[in-house]
Design a protein around this ligand. Structure first.
Ligand code: COA
Length: 306
């Protein structure tokens, strides 16, 4: 399925690089323990496929088992015969039987396809800022290199601990994010900027510069405390460089409040969808659905997109 779906998901990478990224993820510790490709085959022919990612979702003090589904694909000639629906239905049955609490995905098509299987849409918005509305303060920003990943992880963890719910990032998930960041070097110019306080990284911004559309795609940022949070807008401006626009998924709370209001609109692709499976997950969702769906911030970072 990889060559057939590359056109949709290679994100500007050559097929060789796209296949190499897939190979590297599959062969990694993350790949061996938390990543699967699944398919439906009919008379020995693969008619639909998808990827499955093992994650955990922390809600308050409680941690749930979550499965992320990505890259649902049926070859053109086999579409419209129920294959993707049958494959996903079988996958959901198996998840339910093996104790998965939540299944989630990011829909690039009309969500009705997944709603028929029981998924619900979560707030999924994009934000656009004019770079010149961000402060142009002199800040001691520095480029982060691969050796800074442990510091990035610590900074992320400090902010993440303040969130009511989050897809957690144990070391294997960071391995996956690092592998993907390396592969995506080709898609835009990768920007990783941070601010140090002494020897401690206290804020960082990850994104990509796209000169052709004059915009800086903001993937994620974090800060360790309020003092560091105040520097984030200027750090984002540094990330944008000479580009006029900053675009990205609307950040989750509390990070959302750190960036200006900007222009916020619903996303047509990457729509976050979720299906509680276990009784505990269903009860937790019933308790928090109102709060999550009416929130002024989105539930997850663009960097968690699969
Ligand atoms: C989406 C996709 C996986 C569906 O595969 P499939 O095996 O044809 O799916 P099924 O036969 O189970 O269901 C077909 C139904 O899906 C729905 N569907 C297909 N494409 C859709 C889209 N873009 N938006 C919403 N619904 C869609 C239609 O209702 C269709 O029913 P119809 O043919 O009677 O109109 C397939 O079209 C595909 O591979 N598309 C390209 C990759 C992609 O975009 N994947 C989804 C990423 S989130």
């Amino acid at each position: 399925m990889l060559p057939q779906s590359a056109e949709i998901w290679s994100g500007g990478l050559s097929f060789a690089d796209y296949a190499a990224e897939f190979g590297a993820v599959s062969a990694s510790g993350f790949g061996r323990r938390r990543f699967r490709t699944l398919g439906l085959s009919l008379d020995g022919e693969l008619v639909s496929s998808c990827k499955r990612y093992q994650r955990e979702l922390r809600c308050g003090e409680r941690t749930f088992r979550a499965a992320g589904i990505g890259a649902v694909f049926t070859p053109q000639s086999a579409r419209g015969r129920g294959y993707a629906t049958a494959m996903l239905g079988a996958l959901l049955d198996s998840e339910r039987a093996t104790g998965t609490d939540f299944v989630y995905l990011f829909s690039d098509i009309h969500p009705a396809f997944y709603e028929r299987l029981g998924f619900v849409c979560l707030p999924s918005r994009a934000i656009v800022l004019r770079a010149d509305t961000l402060p142009h303060a002199r800040i001691p920003a520095r480029s982060l290199v691969d050796a800074d990943w442990p510091a990035i992880e610590r900074c992320f963890t400090a902010l993440d601990a303040t969130r009511p719910f989050t897809l957690t990032r144990p070391p294997l998930i960071w391995e996956f994010l690092r592998l993907r960041a390396r592969a995506r070097d080709a898609s835009g110019v990768l920007v990783r900027l941070g601010i140090m306080r002494g020897r401690r990284l206290v804020a960082y911004v990850l994104g990509r510069r796209f000169a052709d559309v004059d915009s800086f795609a903001l993937d994620e940022f974090a800060y360790v405390d309020e003092e560091a949070a105040a520097l984030v807008p200027a750090l984002i401006r540094n990330g944008a460089g000479d580009l006029r626009k900053v675009t990205g998924w609307l950040p989750p709370a509390p990070a959302r409040s750190v960036v200006p209001r900007g222009a916020v609109r619903p996303r047509r692709t990457g729509v976050t969808m979720m299906l509680p499976l276990s009784p505990a997950a269903t009860a937790a969702w019933q308790r928090s659905a109102g709060e999550v769906t009416s929130a002024a911030a989105d539930p997850c970072w663009n960097a968690d997109h699969i």
